[in-house]
Ligand binder design. Structure first.
Ligand code: ADP
Length: 212
């Protein structure tokens, strides 16, 4: 079974994490951010140090390592009943980050929508500078690293938009107030959720009656 997934897609600073956290608090959705997983690794471990070497420079962590780590993580979440694979819709934030990762994930996730948070790069850079101060993020701390992340996004990540079929891609203006962005995303994902619930349980009220 492949995990039904919605991708939150956009440049660094476009608000994927902010929106993803809110969406993940809605029952039936599970938010998974590779950046958060990477930042939670122990810097004393080999894995933690390798990831840090790349991310602190604004580079992508190698694909196989990223995908294997994420697969282990999500399996773990399934085992401890945080993520319910058959009923939850996965909200993926920061994954896949290039076409190779998208291809590697084909057997694990079924992408039902790609929500593209569209924003002016200069505004994003401003947001990242502010985030550096608030969240103590090493990869937001220098303009050189921020610029490199923007370049990596343009060169490696943006081509994903041509990998998935055009009808799966929804553009949302990311510079609107946060709550407006959220409302646009909800309009896109609410029908998916209803459809998903219907597929799992086409006659919920009859089931209730028969159990009564
Ligand atoms: P942002 O969306 O602002 O770039 P993230 O928290 O998503 O921040 O990612 C922080 C860093 O973690 C990235 O710059 C990159 O080094 C690493 N990273 C996150 N996701 C991936 C991924 N799927 N593949 C490789 N590296 C990743």
């Amino acid at each position: 079974m492949r995990y039904k997934s919605v991708l939150l897609f956009g440049a660094p600073g476009s608000g994927k994490g902010t929106q993803g956290k809110i969406l993940g608090s809605i029952p039936g959705f599970y938010h998974s951010a590779t950046g958060d997983i990477f930042r939670s690794l122990d810097l004393q471990s080999q894995m933690g140090r390798t990831v840090w070497e790349y991310s602190s420079k604004g580079l992508l962590v190698p694909d196989e390592l990223t995908i294997n780590l994420w697969r282990q993580y999500i399996k773990g979440m399934e085992m401890i009943n945080q993520f319910h694979a058959s009923s939850d819709i996965l909200v993926l934030d920061g994954l896949p980050r290039n076409v190779k990762q998208a291809a590697l994930l084909e057997d694990t996730i079924e992408v039902v929508k790609v929500i593209h948070l569209v924003a002016d790069p200069e505004k994003m850079v401003e947001r990242l500078r502010r985030r550096a101060l608030k969240e103590n993020r090493i990869d937001d701390a220098s303009d050189t690293v921020i610029r490199r992340r923007m370049e990596v996004y343009d060169r490696d990540t943006a081509p994903i938009l041509r990998y998935y079929p055009a009808e799966k891609i929804e553009r949302v203006e990311a510079t609107m107030p946060m709550i407006r962005v959220l409302s646009e995303i909800i309009k896109i994902i609410a029908p998916l959720k209803e459809q998903h619930d219907d597929e799992k349980d086409p006659h919920p009220s009859e089931a209730l009656v028969s159990h009564a």
